[in-house]
Design a protein around this ligand. Structure first.
Ligand code: ZN
Length: 214
């Protein structure tokens, strides 16, 4: 068996000597009391878009699900196994989170594969099948006249956030909690190059910069 990556061991030792001493009591408390995060984040697997880093969150603060292109499927109570739905069920019905944030991002490989109609990476075409949930039956997603490829890509990356928010509301327990005011749904978009965060204004349906002074 290959040895465990050294840089991960080095990273753990840095955590152990630098971060853990300041957070030890917090870990102990969370261990005894259990977790009670107020926020669930649904983000992308992309290694550049870590919710804990972006939101400067400590242990126990964020309940995170990450998948290719931060997608939430439509509520499908069938015999299939649904990872995002299971996490959502736990977050909403057991943890009683107050907020669900769908975090999209720039240069998303999943969206890129969807736009480029990339050839399957394996016979199972798991990415292709996963990304197919992004479009509704009969829906056509195309570049508009005079729209650059860069603008089209950003539009679709943001559309993935809108679609996930829309699909969240197909879950009866989400719909009920949102209607009662106990749960709030939010969209956000992370610009990787500038480290910029844009938060969705649900009224105007536009993403606004969260930076100070903007
Ligand atoms: Zn992504």
């Amino acid at each position: 068996m290959k040895s465990f990556p050294q840089h991960l061991l080095d990273g753990y030792r840095t955590f152990q000597t630098q971060r853990l001493p300041t957070e030890q009591s917090r870990y102990r408390e969370l261990s005894e009391r259990g977790q009670s995060p107020e926020v669930m984040v649904i983000g992308c697997c992309d290694s550049r878009v870590s919710p804990e880093v972006i939101f400067d969150a400590g242990p126990g603060e964020l309940f995170v699900v990450r998948n290719v292109a931060n997608l939430v499927p439509v509520y499908t109570p069938d015999s299939g196994t649904h990872g995002v739905s299971a996490a959502l069920e736990y977050a909403v019905n057991a943890l009683r989170v107050k907020h669900v944030v769908v975090l999209g991002h720039a240069q998303c490989g999943g969206i890129r594969a969807f736009i480029d109609k990339t050839a399957p990476l394996s016979p199972g075409d798991f990415i292709g099948r996963w990304m197919s949930m992004f479009i509704k039956p009969g829906e056509v997603v195309e570049q508009r006249d005079h729209e650059t490829m860069a603008d089209f890509t950003v539009r679709i990356e943001k559309a993935a956030v809108f679609r996930s928010l829309e699909n969240l509301m197909t879950f009866p327990f989400v719909k009920t909690q949102v209607a009662s005011g106990a749960l709030n749904l939010h969209g956000a978009y992370f610009g990787v190059a500038g480290g910029s965060l844009f938060v969705l204004d649900q009224t105007t349906k536009e993403f606004r910069s969260a930076r100070d002074g903007e």
